[in-house]
Design a protein around this ligand. Structure first.
Ligand code: GTP
Ligand code: MG
Length: 433
């Protein structure tokens, strides 16, 4: 169990580490501002506490610490707060696309290990559905028109809540599912379900609104038919807006190939060739050998059945597990291989795209803070030196004054003595006369 979602855990680890670095930067900034805003005379214990000397110190402090420096550090504090907020909200996002009824919602349910999203024949998903984890005990949804948390009691209730809302296919409904019920959501993964790419003409809006921050795309195909132009067109548009998108191709409904043993291998090879050439040659999103590890032949329906059985969930629902066709083991095996590779690429890509910029910003802020504080330090050293120079000059002046005073005093004494002696002589002369 401890190795479950091992690669996804790296994302959380990096997130934690980068958050700690920012916590340190933040504490450093707070400490600086506390120092900047402190009463400057309080920083020099033993200073003569009269008002005049406090004024001198204040002026000296103002010379060292310019208003621009204080403003920069104050701005950094706000910036760091903003970045920490963004980091705490960062998640790994995976978006699912494909034609109607290819099994997008079923793939998501299989990955989540439970029936979270409505699925069914015909056109089921009529708007974007983003499944994410919540720490709350029960599931709820949020529609684009209100911030109200609407409780979700069951999948069918979610289905009818969505159809009652009368939403267009460009709306986003967020489905919050308790993290404690789903290990994938505990790892900060967000899964985005979409209406079929064949139902909306405005693919640009879809991409601009929902795909620009996606780390991985999953194209859910129907292996009973072939890769369609509508599906290709959508991903060509994605490729024109995002450089080298990470795309996986799931050839779903592979259980339907069961019983056609003769042709199954041939069809598999055809699909593989087409998918690899689509990913590598057309989209140029990866190399041909990488592309081979991005194409899988699965049955989402069977994978879900297996997951429900594994967790004994099939027992409670009215039409529980459903059946498993012969050879389901290899399809389920392929599904698990897909999940492993998907988790690896998802966390690698999310770490690179979501945190690299923050790491760079952190480095920049730390560098700027260092320059500001170095300037403050140099200013204070300069002030100290000039104070020492002033004191030395003052001492020299005092010494000169003392010497001059002594000279004056000596000569004055001599003069007085001579005058007195003169008077004495005069008096003596007068007396003798
Ligand atoms: P929309 O939301 O309408 O675009 O469809 P979707 O792509 O989400 O397909 P959905 O998951 O709703 O599946 C459509 C139907 O196909 C459902 O009845 C599923 O049970 C069924 N289905 C999905 N995956 C498989 C599969 O691997 N094998 C088989 N036999 N049926 C599947
Ligand atoms: Mg659907």
């Amino acid at each position: 169990k401890s190795t479950q979602h091992a690669s996804l855990k790296q994302f959380r680890q990096v997130k934690e580490e980068i958050n700690q670095v920012y916590a340190q930067i933040s504490a450093y900034i707070d400490e600086c501002l506390e120092f900047f805003n402190s009463d400057c005379s309080a920083n020099t214990p033993g200073a003569i506490g009269d008002a005049a000397s406090a004024k001198v110190e204040e002026a000296c402090f103002a010379r060292i610490l310019t208003p621009a420096a204080v403003q920069s550090v104050t701005d950094f504090r706000a910036k760091v707060r903003g970045i920490r907020e963004v980091i705490s909200r960062n998640q790994m996002k995976c978006a699912f696309f494909g034609r109607t009824s290819n099994g997008k919602s079923t793939v998501i349910n299989a990955m989540l290990g439970r029936k979270v999203l409505p699925s069914g024949i015909g056109h089921t998903t009529n708007c974007f559905l983003q499944v994410e984890g919540t720490s709350k005990q029960s599931a709820y949804l949020q529609t684009p028109n209100s911030s109200e948390e609407q409780p979700i009691e069951s999948v069918s209730q979610l289905g009818s809540a969505l159809s009652n809302e009368k939403m267009d296919c460009e709306s986003l409904v967020r489905v919050f599912w308790p993290k404690q019920l789903c290990s994938l959501l505990r790892e900060d993964v967000v899964l985005l379900d979409s209406p079929g790419v064949d139902v909306s003409p405005d693919l640009d809006t879809w991409i601009d609104q929902f795909c620009m921050d996606a780390d991985v795309f999953i194209l859910v195909c129907n292996s009973e038919s072939t890769l369609m132009n509508t599906e290709k067109k959508f991903f060509h548009k994605v490729g024109s807006k995002l450089s080298k998108p990470n795309v996986f191709v799931l050839n779903n409904r592979w259980d339907c190939s069961d019983g056609e043993l003769d042709s199954a291998e041939l069809v598999r090879k055809q699909h593989m060739d087409k998918s690899v050439s689509f990913l590598a040659d057309e989209l140029k999103s990866c190399t041909r050998s990488e592309a081979e590890s991005r194409v899988y032949f699965v049955s989402a329906k069977e994978a879900l059945v297996n997951r429900l059985k594994e967790t004994n969930q099939g027992l409670e629902s009215p039409s529980p597990a459903g059946s498993l066709a012969d050879g389901w083991q290899s399809r389920y095996f392929d599904f698990k291989n897909f999940e492993r590779e998907f988790e690896l690429i998802l966390s690698e890509s999310a770490i690179r795209t979501k945190f690299a910029a923050h790491a760079e910003q952190g480095r920049h802020i730390a560098g700027q803070m260092f320059s500001i504080l170095e300037a403050v330090y140099e200013g204070s050293v300069e002030e100290k030196d000039s104070a020492v120079r002033q004191r030395q000059a003052l001492q020299r002046d005092l010494e000169n004054l003392r010497v001059r005073n002594a000279k004056v005093a000596a000569s004055t004494e001599r003069d007085i003595r001579q005058t007195l002696e003169g008077i004495e002589r005069k008096v003596a002369g007068t007396l003798s006369e």
